[in-house]
Design a protein around this ligand. Structure first.
Ligand code: BJW
Ligand code: ZN
Length: 227
């Protein structure tokens, strides 16, 4: 299972490239870069504080809950690879989860690399080493966490079925995982109300919101009661 921001849209969180994706009139893609943080750390910090506040106020939706039932049914034959940093999959109850783009709730020191998640997140913090702490997410041009990529790639190579929900499939290397799975023999299914760059490269496309489609799939497989 691969997810993106669209899975949290029905929880009220803005997607990156969607119609309500702007924050204070700015494109999030221009804030989610190391350059933006170097140039204007306060603004980037406020952007992430706002994202954390929105995520904390949001609740997992039926799409998130369906993926918990799927994990419970499949156990170690299930892996959820997410690009999301909002923590809603974790709060819904998924445990077999790989975060490709980090987490809104972790901080990392730009100088010594130390990671923490128990800090006051209101103001831009400094590390004990004097370095500046930054959101523990992966920005454009930065490497994804090695272990997460290895785990996700291995799962793509071994999967029988890969569901891809709520992602525009524009951002690599995450967007390349369904192709890896397809070449290794998996059946690939895209769940998205809109067509994407991936749409012509999957075996099946289910046009609709994940909060409706995922529970319906679970129902059809006899694993329902996701609502
Ligand atoms: C619904 C719905 C509903 C709505 N139900 N669906 C190959 C070619 C060209 C460029 C590259 C390449 N490989 C790498 C690159 C560069 C770059 C890249 O991919 N650029 C592309 C834009 C072209 N990649 C990187 O820089 C990555 N790093 C890297 O490659 O490092 C190399 C390296 C190696 C060694 C050393 C150093 C470097 C890093 C990418 C990091 C992405 N980070 C972000 C920000 C995270 C922090 C934050 O949250 O602020 O991750 S960007 C942003 O995009 C975020 C997302 O996870 C990611 C993907 O977005 P997502 O989830 O797909 O959201 P949207 O908004 O795009 O789409 C939502 C979808 O939902 C839409 O399709 C809707 O229709 C749908 N939807 N409602 C279901 N109810
Ligand atoms: Zn430090």
């Amino acid at each position: 299972m691969l997810t993106g921001a669209g899975v949290s849209a029905e929880s009220g969180l803005a997607t990156f490239r969607g119609p309500d994706g702007l924050w204070e009139g700015r494109d999030p893609m221009e804030l989610a870069t190391p350059k933006a943080f170097d140039r204007d750390p306060e603004t980037v910090w406020r952007f992430y504080a706002a994202r954390r506040a929105a995520a904390a106020a949001a609740l997992p939706n039926p799409g998130h809950r369906a993926l918990v039932l799927l994990e419970e049914a499949l156990e170690d034959r299930f892996l959820l690879v997410t690009q999301n940093v909002d923590g809603l999959h974790e709060r819904a109850g998924n445990r077999r989860l790989v975060r490709l783009h980090g987490s809104l709730w972790r901080l990392r020191c730009t100088a010594c690399g130390e990671e923490r998640e128990d800090l006051d997140l209101e103001t831009l913090p400094l590390c004990e080493c004097g370095g500046r702490r930054r959101p523990g997410v992966v920005w454009f041009g930065e490497a994804l966490p090695t272990k997460a990529v290895e785990h996700a790639t291995a799962a793509a190579n071994e999967a029988d079925v890969v569901l891809v929900a709520g992602t525009s499939s524009m951002v690599y290397p995450a967007a390349g995982l369904p192709e890896i799975a397809r070449r290794a023999g998996a059946h690939t299914v895209e769940i998205n109300p809109e067509r994407t760059d991936l749409s012509d490269r999957v075996h099946e496309r289910i046009a609709g919101p994940s909060g409706t489609v995922l529970p319906a799939l679970l129902d059809a497989a006899g694993l329902g009661a996701a609502r």
